[in-house]
Design a protein around this ligand. Structure first.
Ligand code: HEC
Length: 495
């Protein structure tokens, strides 16, 4: 295991190596002089790798493995016990121990992005270790979360499946991003696409997204779809926006369509990013998010539809007691704001709380508990930085803005989430499962008293996890992209 050898080696050498523990006042002055030289290399909007290479690598090593300064990966920190205190430590330095202060040469934003960078590197190491722990001796059997389980194909032959809904008769509705709604029989065989479904615009991250059944589907037959609708050319550019409709499926046809939610065309855009969306039904209401469509600043504006979670009646009417109903400029459907791109939403089976997961920037993916009228902070506060490594803000908290219940550094590209309600894995009941696209991981979050007390990787590397669903057969199903299929986790009983 070449990866681990240097890691362990460093940890040992750290103990054995005569580090500059006693720095004389002369060398402290030298260090300070050097620090300000390094500092001058750091240009205001530097990318984090440049920041690290120019300011830190000479002492902490190109791979954070340590040198003159200790390693910045591993678990035996000497001075910074948690990441909260790390930015302050880097700013103030520790002259006595030979760590120069960077507070005057690097901006708070830059220091913040260095903390994210260090954290990313540490998390990558931890994940490598976790991966090894997941391996079992038996082919095709996984071991995690207290169970041994297999991953079985349920439906294959799909093209970028995005979401599933379970019909009462055991069949399954499957949305493919390109715009087709498929029906899979219990045995996994697929019917031709439903005819007459809305024309969607498969553009960037947009396309046919969420599918869900009305809670009284057995009586009323309503199927809800969330998608990116093409709204024509504006100043020569193609525009689109997230839209919600409902309709019924009769003899393979989409009929009786009704528009449930759309925003006026002037709020659409050509951006191919951050559309949301997922559906949650609760007490006659429909909750759903729309991402900020690449306009960070709009997430804080109540007069813009971007970056919000909405609450409307399930027939599309806007409740008069919504939190911003009396603000003349506001979109009246808004329930919460300050969101980047939520693509996970589910109801806690016991408390009825609405939990959401949103794609943050690099190192800023979040899980939030969504409450009436609250501001979730994007882009004023975030735990992440820009994908190219430039900083966004040094602020991870601010008065009047909600903290996430959980966040991932590095980002996993969190997508669908689901509270497990099946019977096949009793110990997982009411745990929140979250799928990662980029990380190709399925995470199990244990929640106690509204707090995430555990985050564990259950599977990794099967494909990008687009959605997670408790299936009626008691299994946990995953909607995967690359390979494009639906699989289920089923426990392996000991013989
Ligand atoms: C002149 C050498 C030097 C440079 C440059 C330097 N450091 Fe350090 N750093 C040290 C020393 C020495 C220590 C304290 C001893 C140790 O951790 O082994 C330290 C400690 C730290 C710690 C605390 C580690 C712990 O164990 O708690 C962090 C975090 C840190 N440095 C980050 C940085 C960052 C980020 C940069 C670049 C902006 C940087 N350092 C640049 C020498 C340096």
């Amino acid at each position: 295991m070449p990866f681990f050898y240097p890691y362990t080696g460093i940890m040992n050498s750290r103990v054995a190596m005569p580090l500059p523990v006693r720095v004389t006042s002369v060398s402290a002055v030298l260090l300070l002089a050097c620090a300000s030289l390094w500092g001058q290399n750091a240009i205001g909007k530097g990318k984090v790798t440049d920041l690290y290479n120019n300011n830190c690598a000479s002492c902490h090593g190109a791979d954070l493995e340590g040198g003159l300064g200790g390693p910045l990966v591993g678990d035996n920190w000497d001075y910074v016990k948690d990441y909260d205190g790390m930015a302050a430590y880097i700013a103030e330095g520790n002259i006595k121990m030979g760590m120069p202060p960077f507070g005057e040469t690097l901006s708070p934003k830059e220091i913040r992005s260095l903390v994210i960078f260090i954290r990313e590197k540490n998390s990558q190491l931890e994940k490598q270790q976790m991966q090894d722990a997941l391996k079992t001796e038996e082919e095709g059997v996984f071991q995690a979360g207290g169970y041994r389980f297999r991953v079985e194909d349920v439906v294959t032959d799909l093209k970028t499946p995005w979401s599933v809904a379970f019909l009462p008769d055991g069949r399954m509705l499957i949305n493919e991003k390109r715009g087709t709604v498929r029906i899979a029989q219990k045995d996994g065989t697929l019917s031709p696409a439903i005819e007459g479904t809305p024309k969607v615009w498969d553009h960037g991250q947009g396309g046919l997204l969420e599918v869900a059944l009305h809670p009284d589907y057995a009586d009323n037959g309503w199927v809800y779809l969330g998608y990116n609708e093409y709204s024509g050319k504006h100043n020569g550019e193609d525009w689109g926006m997230t839209k919600v409709v409902r309709g019924k499926i009769k003899d393979g046809q989409w009929v009786d369509e009704e528009v449930i939610f759309e925003v006026p065309p002037e709020y659409h855009s050509g951006s191919g990013v951050h559309f949301g969306t997922r559906f949650v039904f609760k007490d006659g209401y429909l909750f759903f998010p729309i991402g900020e469509r690449g306009r960070q600043d709009f997430a804080q504006d109540l007069d813009k539809p971007n970056g919000k979670v909405y609450r409307i009646y399930d027939d599309g009417r806007i409740p008069e007691d919504n939190p911003f109903a009396d603000k003349s400029e506001a979109f009246k459907g808004i329930w919460s704001y300050g969101h980047r791109n939520p693509q996970g939403l589910d109801l806690h089976p016991v408390t009825g709380d609405i939990w959401e997961a949103e794609h943050g920037p690099r190192g800023g993916d979040e899980v939030n508990l969504i409450e009436r009228g609250k501001n979730y902070g994007w882009p004023v506060i975030t735990y992440g930085m820009n994908y190219n490594g430039t900083p966004i803000t040094e602020k991870t908290s601010a008065p009047g803005m909600e903290q996430p219940k959980h966040y991932w550094v590095p980002s996993i590209a969190v997508c669908g989430i689901d509270f497990y309600e099946g019977d096949l894995f009793p110990d997982w009941k009411n745990n929140l499962f979250a799928g990662g696209l980029a990380s190709q991981e399925l995470h199990r979050l244990v929640i106690e008293d509204g707090k995430v007390v555990k985050d564990e990787i259950i599977v990794k590397g099967l494909g990008r996890v687009r959605d997670v669903a408790s299936a009626p057969d008691g299994s946990l199903m995953l909607v995967l992209n690359g390979p494009d299929k639906i699989v289920r986790l089923v426990p392996v009983r000991d013989r």
